[in-house]
Design a protein around this ligand. Structure first.
Ligand SMILES: [Zn+2]
Length: 219
């Protein structure tokens, strides 16, 4: 069974690759948001604790988050259910706590997989979106908007939303790098980091991941 941490920048396509892996390896994709909502809905002890922080507008402490993850994954271990963590851990202390948790469960992380896409390419992908002023439909121009291009739906004028502008995306990229670089180094030190080239078609990238899993005898 796979126990995977997936790393990659915004625009790296890791979310969609996680969906492919989920199918192929019969794994569950775990996002911390969903886990929290589930516990709160079930009104569990950990759910109540999490809610008390969220109600105050505070972040849920790592210890509570790991408690929830421990409960869910222990249940998965019993059922031999693999899982993919997307969006967790976000910090080195969280990564440390995750490895300690797995250690206590007597299992090991399959790997932390980084889908590696050069920053310039991420910026190009993320800043390619244009929106119609009239009907709000969007269009992607990864190689830049051709001069005089108009909305394909209604012929309206196209503009870039602030979120899609290059400056905004460069800022997002700085935040991502600042948070993720230490995490990458941490998993590297633990010999758990694997990287694959994230350039190419969607199928090429899935193929690379599956080849890597085969090589590591991850099923
Ligand atoms: Zn339009």
């Amino acid at each position: 069974m796979i126990r995977l941490v997936l790393l990659g920048g915004p625009g790296s396509g890791k979310g969609t690759q996680a969906d492919v892996l989920k199918e192929k390896y019969k794994a569950v994709k775990l996002s911390t948001g969903d886990l929290l909502r589930g516990e709160i809905r079930n009104d569990s002890e950990l759910g109540k604790q999490a809610k008390s922080f969220m109600d105050k507008g505070e972040l849920v402490p790592d210890s509570v988050m790991i408690g929830i993850l421990d409960k869910i994954t222990a249940d998965f271990e019993a059922k031999k259910q693999g899982y993919i963590l997307d969006g967790f851990p976000r910090t080195v202390p969280q990564a440390k706590a995750l490895l300690e948790m797995l250690d206590k469960q007597g299992v090991t992380l399959s790997m932390a997989l980084l889908i590696d896409v050069p920053e310039e390419e991420l910026v190009r992908r993320l800043s390619s979106r244009w929106t119609c002023k009239d009907c709000s439909s969007t269009v992607g121009y990864p190689d830049g908007k051709p001069e005089g291009a108009v909305c394909r739906q209604c012929g309206g004028e196209l503009y870039q939303r602030d979120d899609d502008k290059r400056e905004t995306i460069l800022n997002r990229m700085d935040v991502y790098k600042k948070n993720t670089q230490p995490l990458i180094s941490f998993f590297e030190e633990k010999a758990l980091l694997q990287q694959i080239d994230g350039l190419g078609t969607f199928e090429e990238i899935s193929g690379r991941i599956i080849d890597l899993f085969n090589k590591k005898e991850i099923k």
